[in-house]
Design a protein around this ligand. Structure first.
Ligand code: SAH
Length: 227
């Protein structure tokens, strides 16, 4: 096969075209996403590049999709909602994402925030996301293969932290790596049960919590997998 044929179509055509992507964004607006910066970022990022070619025609449906290894790329509405929560905290310059997965959420953040740090515990997903960032030219996303329970001390403190897998409670190390005034958005609860998406604000005294939505995420697991 020629190089041109093996190369994926970044611009997209038909079900992966810019028009299809804009229709998804209109749906997000109808569902209540109001931050125009977030909507513009989602109109820009080619979500079809973050899923397997076999399901790329479904990339602009508002659903979570499998990305292998029992993991999923989050539903676009949830990506928009979480990004909007982060952006409500002033003008964040440095964000930590725990759970790179496909890399899609990190790419949306990279449209809006100068420095995006993202950690993933599963080696194959970490490697695949890194290669997509390279293909698409996202030079402001720095990734790390590690257990995100411990955050990423090297680049702290963060203006914002986003966790895209659900632990039972907020990991203490993540709170420590958040700036005073910074926000963390995190789903909490058991696997296959109703979970709560929580916005945590770090204050001088401690933390404040606010429930944003009922959600369902893959579980937050311990330990780095793969060498
Ligand atoms: N943000 C991702 C969502 C992927 S699903 C996207 O846009 O595609 C959540 C991801 O979190 C999975 O890839 C899973 O392996 C990862 N994960 C779960 N627990 C983790 C932990 N303790 N540290 C780092 N990554 C974790």
């Amino acid at each position: 096969m020629s190089a041109a044929k093996t190369k994926r179509n970044i611009e997209g055509i038909g079900m992966t075209s810019q028009r299809t992507r804009v229709r998804l964004v209109e749906r997000l607006r109808d569902k209540g996403i109001r931050d125009e910066r977030v909507l513009a970022a989602m109109a820009h990022v080619p979500r079809h590049m973050f899923v397997d070619e076999g399901i790329e025609t479904r990339a602009y449906e508002d659903t979570a999709l499998p990305i292998g290894h029992g993991q999923t790329i989050s539903q676009p509405y949830i990506v928009a909602l979480m990004t909007q929560s982060i952006m409500s905290a002033g003008d964040p310059k440095r964000v930590l994402e725990v759970g790179t997965g496909s890399g899609y959420q990190a790419a949306v953040l990279a449209q809006l925030i100068p420095h995006v740090y993202s950690v993933e515990r599963l080696l194959p997903l970490f490697q695949r996301a890194q290669s997509v960032f390279r293909t698409l030219g996202y030079t402001n996303v720095i990734t790390h293969h590690a257990d995100g329970e411990w955050g990423w001390a090297k680049h702290e403190p963060y203006d914002a932290i986003m966790v895209t897998a659900a632990p039972q409670q907020v990991p203490e190390s993540l709170i420590k790596q958040l700036k005073v005034g910074g926000v963390m958005i995190i789903p909490l609860g058991r696997e296959n049960a109703d979970q709560r998406l929580i916005k945590v604000t770090r204050t001088e005294q401690g933390i404040e919590e606010e429930e944003v939505e009922r959600v369902r995420f893959v579980p937050f697991l311990s330990g780095r997998v793969g060498s």
